[in-house]
Design a protein around this ligand. Structure first.
Ligand SMILES: [Zn+2]
Length: 227
């Protein structure tokens, strides 16, 4: 799987490590330029009384940077929408994507039951790649800033029911290490099931450990439809 570049879009610091940390490390190790876009500021990720949004965000952003460094991610961009209040609107739709959460079936939820931000981040990804309808005038401020519409060639959704598996046998330890960088999130309790899940997907993919995605090759589909 030789992508030149990958953009991983997700709601909160730590989501990408859960969804696709092994894949990111695998790609980065093979020369893919991987970039992260974290849609929220992570500022609601604590139940500790007295913690302000500012403090929580100030802890979680450096954790995300550390985790990204472990995996070989080139850049981490925070769009800084408030954690817990992510909405699908014209402002939030100005992102583009390669890897994102499946809005209805992200695997660390239960089918449609999931964090509202995760669903919104997935929905935003789908809005951003919608390739059919001409929409150049929709975001004049982007055109003014020099950004022309870009057609995303591949969209991979992290999902419960994948059709594409990435062998992460060699990078699962990096995924685990990156996850542990999110110290404020109590990830230690999750390490076992994350590993179990990778093993389960590995069995389906015919390898020891895997991550799974629902993969859309958007260009090919257009060609297949004769456009
Ligand atoms: Zn999350």
């Amino acid at each position: 799987m030789g992508f030149a570049s990958a953009l991983v879009l997700f709601a909160h610091p730590d989501d990408a490590e859960y969804m696709c940390g092994g894949t990111v490390a695998h790609w980065a190790g093979n020369g893919t330029e991987v970039h992260y876009v974290v849609v929220t500021d992570g500022s609601a990720g604590s139940n500790e009384p007295g913690m302000t949004r500012e403090q929580i965000s100030g802890i979680r952003k450096p954790e995300q940077d550390e985790a990204a460094r472990v995996l070989g991610v080139r850049t981490v961009t925070f769009l800084d929408f408030p954690d817990g209040m992510l909405e699908v609107n014209l402002e939030t739709r100005m992102a583009e994507v390669l890897v994102a959460p499946d809005p209805s079936r992200l695997w660390f939820g239960r089918r449609y039951i999931n964090h509202a931000d995760h669903r919104a981040a997935g929905e935003l990804a789908l809005c951003a790649v919608m390739p059919d309808a001409p929409s150049r005038p929709q975001f004049p401020e982007l055109l003014e800033a020099g950004f022309e519409p870009y057609e995303v060639p591949n969209l991979w959704l992290s999902t419960e029911e994948p059709d594409t598996y990435v062998d992460i046998t060699k990078t699962i330890d990096l995924k685990m290490e990156a996850l542990t960088k999110h110290r404020s999130q109590g990830v230690e309790d999750d390490l076992q099931w994350v590993r179990d899940r990778a093993k389960e997907l590995g069995e389906k993919g015919g390898v020891e450990y895997a991550e799974g995605f629902l993969a859309f090759s958007l260009k090919e589909e257009e060609e297949a439809e004769g456009r």
